[in-house]
Structures are given as C-alpha cells and as structure tokens.
Design a protein around this ligand. Structure first.
Ligand code: GLC
Ligand code: CA
Length: 159
C-alpha cells in the first residue's frame, strides 16, 4: 500500500512538472512565432504565409517556394486572402498566387490541378489581356488580376 502511495505521489509531481514545462514552452513558442513572422509573415489557422522579399517571374517564384518545401500562396477563403493582401501591402508590391489557367483558358486551377474554390477578381477580371495572361496576381488591396506569367512579382509562399 505504502509503495503504491509513494508511486502515486511521484507521478503527481512528474505531471505538475510537465504541465509547468508545457506552459513555459507555449509562452515562448507564441512569442517566437510573432518575432519570426514580423513583418513578413501571417498565420491563418494552420497555414503560414511568408515572403522572402524577393521577386521573380512565375516559374522562379514557384521554384523558390518548392525549394523551401512550401507552395506559392493560394488563398482559399477571405481570411487567407487578407493575410496575403497584408503582406503585399507591407511591401506595396503585387504578388503571384499559385493559380493559373495554362492548361485550359479561363479555367483557373491550383498546382494540384484542382479548379479554384475561391476567388477575389478585380472588376472586369480575368480578361486575358492581349490573349496572354495565364497567371494570377493579387494587388496590395486584395483584388486579383490575371497577368502575364513572365512579369516579375513578389514571392509569397505558404507552409
Ligand atoms: C491592366 C488591366 C489588366 C491587365 C494589365 C496588364 O491593369 O486592367 O487586366 O492584366 O493591365 O498589365
Ligand atoms: Ca488581366
């Protein structure tokens, strides 16, 4: 009986210790997130959007994200869109999204070829200007425009 009681006490102390450690870790992790995401990143749910500040054409920014084990930003609802918009606004630059209609004109898809489930087109877009706009940029005001993939835009990856 006494041994069981002592063991129980021991476990109780262990649990209290671990709870304290976990709380300290949560506090420092939440601070660490703020530090690393300032001012280049935003968190929405489990998604993290972040820019390196570099610009490039569609192929280059797509490669940069995949080299970092991420994907080009592909906002799938208005909260995600506003996160990417805020990063574009910090840099006052347009950003390429991970969306294109290269495969079939007018049918915009993510990289996994799924047709987009959310969009935030500017008025009169997408217009495939000069018959040559298969990529999608987001303006610092949050609206989307189809744009030539060879233009250079700010990179924002999602992880
Ligand atoms: C203008 C048009 C837009 C087009 C762009 C090309 O902003 O409104 O549709 O994509 O020019 O640079
Ligand atoms: Ca356009």
């Amino acid at each position: 009986m006494i041994i069981i009681h002592l063991f129980h006490k021991h476990l109780e102390r262990q649990v209290l210790y671990l709870e304290r450690q976990l709380r300290a870790l949560e506090r420092s992790f939440s601070k660490y997130k703020k530090v690393t995401l300032f001012p280049n990143g935003r968190i929405v749910g489990e998604k993290v959007f972040v820019t390196s500040g570099y610009q490039g054409d569609f192929i280059s920014v797509k490669q940069m994200c995949s080299q970092a084990c991420g994907k080009l930003a592909s906002p799938q609802d208005s909260a995600e869109n506003s996160a990417v918009q805020q990063i574009a606004a910090v840099y006052t630059k347009k950003v390429f999204l991970g969306i294109n209609d290269i495969q079939m004109e007018g049918r915009f898809r993510y990289w996994n070829v799924q047709v987009i489930i959310y969009s935030n087109w500017a008025p009169r877009e997408p217009n495939n200007d000069r018959g040559n706009e298969d990529c999608v940029e987001i303006y610092p005001n949050g609206f989307w425009n189809d744009q030539n993939c060879r233009e250079k835009r700010l990179i924002v990856c999602e992880f």
